[in-house]
Design a protein around this ligand. Sequence first.
Ligand SMILES: Cc1cc2nc3c(=O)[nH]c(=O)nc-3n(C[C@H](O)[C@H](O)[C@H](O)COP(=O)(O)OP(=O)(O)OC[C@H]3O[C@@H](n4cnc5c(N)ncnc54)[C@H](O)[C@@H]3O)c2cc1C
Length: 386
Amino acid sequence: MKIAVIGLGVLGASAARSLALAGAQVTVFERTNALAGTSGTSFAWTNSHNKHPRTYHDLNVAGMAEHAALAEHPGAAPNWLMRTGNLEWAEDDTGSLATSVAKLTDRDYPVDWITPERARELVPDLRLPPRVQEIAYYPTEGHVIPALLVARLWGEAREHGAELRCPAEVVGLTETGGKVRIELSDGTAEADAVVIATGRWTEALTATAGHRVPMASPDVAGSATVGLLGYTNPLATRLNRVLTTPRLNVRPDGGGRLVVQGLDLDADADPANPPRPDGQHARQLRSRLAELLAGTEGARLESIRVGQRSMPADGLTVAGFLSDNSKIYPIATHSGITLGPLLGKLAAEELVTGTESAALADFRPQRLIGRTDLPTLKPARSAGQQ
Ligand SMILES: Cc1cc2nc3c(=O)[nH]c(=O)nc-3n(C[C@H](O)[C@H](O)[C@H](O)COP(=O)(O)OP(=O)(O)OC[C@H]3O[C@@H](n4cnc5c(N)ncnc54)[C@H](O)[C@@H]3O)c2cc1C
């Protein structure tokens, strides 16, 4: 079976790997380079916080389990996954963190309340505000170095025969005689089936096939799709887990570098006007970091980027054929770092064996195709959201 995968972010790399492992003849078409899209600018925290409805929560939990299963057999791949947990606390009196922890506990999601002393054992350089006496610790969460995850997935796809055409921009898809014709900016190709893994560019490509899957616009300043991420210089601080705190989220990025995020600052994120690494937003992020972790005084941001989320218009995952007779299969989702390995595997099973996955039943593209009435998604603005 000849299958084309369009896009080499986390989702495309994952689908290519699982398809190649299942024996398909895989060609990936990538317009720019691996990680050129959202996968290259992600907080990359594996979690299932605030995921509704229940089936979406379960999908994210299964995504975390799939990372753990992959990590059991890493081969020679560098470690992309730090399954070292997340610490979170609140400084307001709204009780929203307690409510969220109670909901997760009801769902049997691992979370413990720990003391400041225990938190400092886990993060020796942590500077906790004195009034914070309870910290939520999520031991099964983790963080990913996205480039290393894609290296693992795409490396194994290649070892099993997958080929890459890059730069290769797909401009249209049409189905005739049981085949999919792939129109490129400089030619054509043909496949028995196509996986669209083009992230925030999914709407345009599905429209060419006659089934437009609506996506939230990735370009609107201050909207749910845009977020600022600061990338620091290497720092002499001891942190090997995620912190999601009222003023700053932080994760290690390898080599002593950290990725920092202040969700309230995202109100100013504008892809058309990215902030400067020495500007006002960077100064805020640096001063919040120094408040939070000893050893980060004098930190610089090597870059500050405006991430653009890939979000199907209702905020949930899309995975499945465009219609009953179609051989075109889009996979698009937010939380694609958490979900990528799982979605690639489930999509490959459906494409190669024809067996439908119960886990994907609520996430078919048909629920969105043709819809124009969906409300604007609310931006993530507080700790624990993403
Ligand atoms: C600020 C921010 C924070 C985030 N935090 C988290 C988090 O903590 N945890 C989490 O799980 N997720 C998080 N995410 C989401 C996650 O990063 C994305 O869901 C994921 O990276 C999407 O991957 P993808 O492979 O679908 O898309 P992409 O990485 O965008 O890949 C799509 C690829 O397709 C290519 N392409 C597009 N159009 C064409 C075409 N016509 N022809 C050929 N190639 C094409 C692009 O060049 C690109 O390489 C975050 C995202 C942002 C922006």
